[in-house]
Design a protein around this ligand. Structure first.
Ligand code: SAM
Length: 454
């Protein structure tokens, strides 16, 4: 793989750039595979042999080789997320800059396919994570991945960053993992080089400023912004950091990297805001940039208001609540709502926050969908099977690997068990639902998620 000469020229003189080593690692054919384990889904089970820890992220592990994740039922059960190890440094940034505060409201503004969002939901397990994606098709993937993660402290929205201006100072933490020119992924995906140009870098830098300026009014005073890209270009990294300090009035935050040799600390040219660069020839991961800021003052911006046209969340009637109590043994930590006929479970402490979000944004997923009431019948939702809400009241069938793969392929499927709805499990984790009838089993794995690979 030979890197484009104009691209290499943009990196001349950039702190930490070592041309020979950088080119060598791009031609080495070396690949790095890492996963982040879901702390709420049997975290102690051995998922893979021969792993080593990602030093900066509690649940991160490097794998020795890349297995077929598609053919691993644990992957579909949300036992882990496959993520670039450099990106997992977000965990460390949060640990050092935000600490272990409880009950925070967190926005992941550019969230699909969901790597940072699932990390955020684990980090802020007592908080609320709003995971937003502006592109509709990508929002669908985000719903799939966050559903598999199983957390009921997540809301997925499909909005333009400017729509968040209707929620002034709503969030305590905002993560902007901005769309960028993507040079950090050249080693992993050489086809990304085809679209790279200096014009693209300029366009991305402009778009990054627009996204940040649009969304920053939604960050609370005292709140934290984490800005990240997978580009090496200073125009998308340190220059944006300068702009955030000089134009948006943010205060830069340092992250101690003494325990993580190979990560390169840089300073933005004017403000000297610290930023952290990840070069694949110096750490085990792909190219990445991250910087943290606090918002200590409001910079005047013209706010636009936006009102969602979609149905807001409705309260359940008393009768429905009684029916739901039979299938969702709740306590006062869980509240339920109806959205377009679907019952949703959310953390009760965030009830009013979620209502506020629903009145302003396009909600694609709020908490966990539990199911629908059809007369006296309850039809369970797929998300419920993947959640870590208590599912003990349901009959269940424990599948072996082959059975689990047949189920996940939505193949003709037979299993023995109690008649009616059964939770299909693998390694103790829910995969989905099947309905056992007297002479056959109906497979309810979602058509659009089924495994196509033989
Ligand atoms: N945070 C994600 C993760 O860790 O899985 C990766 C995010 S990716 C780097 C950037 C995302 O920004 C993409 O999903 C892209 O669709 C979205 N995006 C593109 N244009 C955007 C815009 N104008 N405003 C907000 N987001 C945008």
């Amino acid at each position: 793989m030979s890197l484009p000469a104009p691209f290499l020229q943009t990196l001349e003189g950039v702190v930490g750039f070592n041309k020979a080593a950088f080119e060598a690692v791009h031609t080495s054919g070396e690949t790095v595979t890492a996963i982040r384990v879901n702390p709420n889904k049997n975290p102690d089970q051995i998922l893979f042999e021969h792993t080593s820890p990602v030093p900066w992220c509690t649940h991160g592990h490097y794998l020795e080789a890349r297995p077929s994740f598609t053919l691993d039922p644990n992957f579909h059960a949300g036992a882990y997320y496959v993520q670039d190890a450099s990106s997992m440094f977000l965990w460390q940034a949060l640990k050092q800059v935000v600490g272990d505060s409880h009950g925070l409201k967190v926005l992941d503004l550019c969230a699909a396919p969901g790597g940072k969002s699932t990390l955020l939901s684990s980090y802020f397990e007592n908080g609320l994570v709003v995971s937003n994606e502006v592109i509709k098709q990508r929002a669908a993937v985000l719903v799939e991945n966050t559903s598999k993660w199983g957390a009921h402290n997540m809301v997925v929205t499909n909005n333009d960053p400017s729509h968040f201006q209707s929620l002034p100072q709503f969030f305590d933490v905002m993560v902007v993992d901005a769309p960028c020119s993507g040079s950090g992924l050249f080693r992993k995906d050489p086809t990304a080089m085809e679209g790279w140009s200096l014009d693209l870098v300029a366009l991305c830098a402009q778009r990054q400023q627009r996204i940040l300026a649009d969304a920053l009014p939604a960050l609370a005073l005292g709140g934290t912004l984490i800005y990240a890209t997978c580009s090496y270009d200073p125009n998308e990294d340190e220059h944006i950091a300068d702009w955030l300090v000089n134009e948006m009035g943010l205060t830069p935050q340092a992250i101690d990297i003494n325990n993580y040799p190979g990560i390169v600390e840089t300073a933005a040219p004017i403000s000297k805001a610290p930023g952290y660069r990840f070069y694949p020839d110096q750490i085990k991961g792909e190219g990445f940039f991250i910087a943290a800021f606090k918002k200590e003052k409001e910079v005047g911006v013209a706010l636009t208001s936006f009102k969602s046209k979609e149905a807001v969340l409705e309260k359940l009637t008393k009768k429905m609540q009684e029916q739901v109590a039979e299938v969702l043994p709740t306590n006062d930590t869980i509240a339920t709502f109806l959205q377009s006929g679907m019952i949703k479970a959310i953390p009760s402490v965030f009830e009013s926050s979620i209502l506020q979000l629903a009145s302003q944004l396009y909600i694609k997923k709020a908490g966990v969908s539990i199911g629908e009431l059809k007369g006296k019948d309850f039809i369970p939702a797929h998300e419920y099977a993947l959640s870590y809400l208590p599912l003990d009241i349901f009959n269940r069938v424990d599948l072996d690997k082959e059975q689990a793969l047949s189920y996940l392929r939505r193949a003709e499927f037979n299993c023995s068990g109690e008649k009616g709805w059964n939770l299909m499990r693998y390694n103790g984790l829910g995969l989905g639902w099947a309905k056992i009838l007297p002479n056959r089993t109906n497979n309810y794995y979602p058509q659009e998620w089924r495994i196509l690979k033989a």
